[in-house]
Design a protein around this ligand. Structure first.
Ligand code: CR6
Length: 833
């Protein structure tokens, strides 16, 4: 545990009490005075808002104290720039981290209100697509928990990730109007508003010293207004801040049109400039290439950098010390335009000479890459960039020119090499490669799992790795145990707590002390009882959402993640078909529930087809009396953070079956193993490190490695050639092709079968036999309850490496060069008497 400091008098406030009577009073007061309801008439949602407002007052107090502490201690700050934050519900997480969950539940109970009932009504804050956005949320929580002065910056999308409904087996997207009831957790900051310019032109002025200064003029201005979301650290009183920007039309803009007398046009244009922060693009790991997306990226980057520089100057630090007092992490290339924007602000606004500005910029930034997939790599047409951000295009040209000069000097004559390194891709109609800008403008670049980082160095960034090998480092992802264990799995938390001391919650390394209990009969039995209760909880939710009844005494086999060809939901679906056929043929098969969940990008037709086929197969399987309750297949709709916290603790088998070399890391794999699910997986992403941690005998690894996949691709073997590699594969694919499972979607099934037989770009058929074997191995182990429980408990005890706290410490030490601040004393009253 980190030391606590003696209270500094400047940090004192007279805090609101956090005992049950005090909370009760606050909640009632908020109900009447803020929500405006008579307690006799209040609905559950009114109570939800009342309790949230009461806690909001307390969280902001702690935020004020934390901010003062950081200001007094002269700290170096970390700024995390991310287009996505997949936060989920905030009430319970805030209460738990603030250490006042139980007392608040008590206060509500005294008021006759059931905490669980009202907590369920909170909307998930789904300002992200999947792993990348959830990682950002985990990193913020960990920075607060460990006392790092960390700030998140992003966009306050009016509409988050769409709500997925399943209608006639298909995904239908509904808008996620998450702010419609208001949001008690946000603090609007109208005084923190920055102008952001688009379009216009650049005017050059030649200075007597030979330098050219530039003014970016005209065009359109939009205002970025801050909304703050305090983020509480776990039982540490530290509260950090997530600042999200909303677009507002400028007053000048309004006036111009109003004065011209076109009232309607003025209002319509106002709305148009506010569309910038209207909606999250629902694409996971694919570049979008739309002008509005570029504007979103620049909008939040520009506002964040102006704010960061403002804070720096307000603290009276000299501008040339910016990189000593701040570190900025780019979460993927989405905010990579920050490199050019930082240069623009330093050059044009602060009049710093180019070389000095460039040194500051490079020392300030670092960049995390989250994928190798070519379709995810952002490039913008030069013509578009020139029109939307003319000044930045000029800066990018000069950055590129100086960089190429540098490498030309070091590697003379290697023209092909220079072309490949250039920020400008000349081969595809002149495009700006954002990843190149990010690498050149950063002092560190990291991948998110060991395999991913090594592939990055061998493939995507092989040329850069030749130029600057020391720039590339690995930081394997992690997950927060506060949400993904303590909140999601109270039963397992209690079991661990009954065996070892509770400091594992801060320091997951201590979970190792739980390892010996894996061979203890009583612990195993208790573990099975916890799993069983978790399954009952999930079964109830599945019934509520889908109408499907599932048993809670069978294996729960789950694949929960975005729907994507490379993640190979079709591999799991083929296995469902295999089991179905074997049961029909009278074979004795281990009973199981197979549960899929995940959203498909609305424009990704193949992924949407996969959802439809899963649902149609499930429908046949679930209604076939021959299955006799031995096989159920569920597509759980609208997968989001809150449903993940119910599904994960109930899982026995965790499907991590991507084609090797394609999943950068995965983080669901970590959450599931931490909750005692055994992984069945390929040697991809962080699965490799999970295997090393839990031991090869406690995980089911199968299939081609990344190298074997490359070799296999090079051989060009037709996918159909694998049909005889497994006794049933041919008949399974034929059943699909012939529409055996189709319910009106016959053509779709035939198309999926054709796709597998003729294209199969992710080697589903090539890996099927190995996958089916691994499933059989898992089934055998599951039949031995003691052996399975032992392996599951070893998974739990050996997952310490995958704590987000370890991830954040590695960023802090190897990339940001920041140290944690001593944490404030845990008791709110302690420093104020
Ligand atoms: N889709 C990776 O695909 C990784 C997360 C977080 C992803 C996934 O393997 O765990 O990032 N990549 O690092 C992108 O979003 C680009 C993801 O979530």
């Amino acid at each position: 545990m980190t030391e606590t400091t003696p209270p500094n008098p400047r940090h004192r406030l007279s805090p609101l009490t956090c005992d049950a009577p005090g909370l009760r009073q606050s909640i009632r007061d908020a109900l009447v005075r803020v929500v405006g309801k008579d307690p006799d008439l209040a609905t559950p949602r009114d109570w939800l808002h009342a309790v949230s407002f009461a806690i909001r007052e307390r969280i902001i107090e702690r935020r004020v104290v934390t901010r003062r502490q950081f200001a007094d201690e002269d700290v170096k700050r970390v700024y995390y720039l991310s287009m996505e934050y997949l936060i989920g519900r905030m009430l319970e997480a805030n209460l738990r981290n603030m250490g006042i969950l139980e007392v608040t539940q008590q206060a509500l109970q005294d008021l006759g209100v059931d905490f669980r009932e009202i907590a369920r009504l909170e909307e998930d804050a789904a300002l992200g697509n999947g792993g990348l956005g959830r990682l950002a949320a985990c990193i913020l929580e960990s920075m607060a928990t460990q006392g790092y002065p960390g700030y998140g910056y992003g966009i306050r999308y009016e509409y988050g990730m769409f709500q997925q409904h399943i209608e006639h087996f298909r995904q239908v997207e509904h808008p996620d109007n998450w702010l419609r009831f208001g949001n008690p957790w946000e603090f609007p900051r109208p005084e923190k508003t920055f102008p952001v310019r688009f379009y216009g032109y650049v005017v050059e002025h030649h200075q007597p010293d030979g330098e050219t200064s530039c003014n970016w003029e005209n065009g359109e201005e939009v205002l970025a207004m801050a909304y703050d979301y305090p983020t509480a650290g776990y039982e540490r009183r530290n509260v950090n801040n997530l600042r999200l920007w909303a677009a507002k039309a400028t007053r000048d803009f309004d006036l111009r049109y109003f004065n011209e007398g076109d009232y309607i046009r003025a209002v319509a244009d106002k709305n148009e400039s506010e569309t910038i922060s209207m909606v999250l693009y629902p694409n996971d790991a694919t570049a979008i290439g739309k002008e509005l997306r570029l504007k979103q990226e620049y909008f939040f980057v520009s506002a964040s950098l102006q704010d960061i520089i403002d804070r720096h100057l307000q603290l009276e630090y000299p501008i040339d010390e910016l990189a000593d007092k701040a570190a900025i992490q780019l979460n993927d290339t989405h905010p990579a335009i920050a490199v050019a924007e930082c240069m623009r602000l330093l050059l044009d606004e602060h009049r710093i000479p180019w070389d000095q500005a460039w040194t500051i910029t490079r020392n300030l930034f670092s960049y995390t890459n989250h994928t190798l997939m070519p379709e995810a790599l952002e490039t913008w047409p030069v013509a578009l960039m020139e029109r939307v951000l003319p000044r930045h295009m000029g800066i990018i040209y000069r950055i590129n020119h100086e960089f190429i000069e540098e490498v030309r000097h070091r590697f003379p004559g290697e023209h092909e090499f220079f072309r490949r390194l250039s920020i400008i891709d000349e081969d595809h109609g002149r495009r700006v490669r954002m990843a190149h800008l990010a690498v050149i403008g950063s002092h560190r670049v990291n991948g998110v799992a060991a395999l991913h980082t090594s592939l990055l160095k061998q493939t995507l960034f092989a040329d850069f790795n030749r130029v600057w090998p020391e720039r590339f480092v690995n930081v394997t992802n992690g997950v927060t145990p506060r949400l993904w264990m303590i909140q999601a799995n109270p039963g397992l938390t209690e079991l661990i707590e009954s065996r070892i001391s509770s400091d594992w919650k801060f320091d997951l390394d201590r979970l190792k002390q739980f390892e010996p209990y894996a061979s203890d009969d009583a612990t195993r039995e208790a573990f099975r009882a916890v799993k069983r209760r978790n399954k009952e909880r999930l079964a109830a939710l599945v019934h509520k959402r889908t109408g499907i009844t599932i048993r809670s005494d069978v294996m729960y086999d789950v694949q929960i993640k975005r729907i994507h060809e490379y993640k190979r939901q079709l591999l799991k679906l083929l296995h469902v078909i295999e089991l179905y056929q074997r049961i029909r043929d009278g074979e004795d098969v281990l009973p199981r529930v197979v549960l899929f969940a995940g959203k498909a990008a609305p424009g990704y037709q193949r992924a949407k087809d996969i959802i439809a086929v899963i649902n149609e197969v499930a429908d046949i399987v679930n209604h076939d009396p021959a299955m006799g309750d031995r096989l159920k297949c569920v597509f759980f709709p609208n997968y989001e953070v809150s449903s993940a916290t119910i599904i994960i603790p109930a899982a026995d088998l965790s499907e991590q079956i991507s084609t090797a070399g394609f999943e950068a890391s995965g983080t669901g794999n970590m959450k599931l193993a931490l909750n005692g699910a055994l992984t069945i997986g390929t040697l991809d992403g962080a699965n490799i490190e999970i295997r090393d941690a839990v031991g090869t005998e406690n995980i089911f690894i199968f299939g081609m490695t990344a190298d074997e996949i490359s070799a296999h691709r090079a051989q060009g073997i037709p996918p159909g050639a694998h049909l005889d590699s497994h006794p049933r594969l041919r008949s399974m694919v034929e059943a699909l092709r012939d529409g055996f499972f189709s319910n009106g979607g016959r053509h779709l099934h035939a198309e999926i079968a054709r796709y597998l037989l003729e294209e199969d770009p992710f080697f589903v058929l090539a890996d099927y036999a190995a996958y089916s074997d691994a499933c059989a191995q898992a089934d055998r182990m599951y039949q031995d309850a003691e052996a399975w429980s032992e392996a599951a408990l070893l998974n739990v005890a050996r997952m310490s490496h995958f704590s987000i706290d370890r991830t954040v410490r590695e960023y802090a030490q190897n990339i940001w060069n920041v140290v944690p601040e001593p944490v404030l004393p845990p008791c709110p009253e302690a420093d104020t008497n």
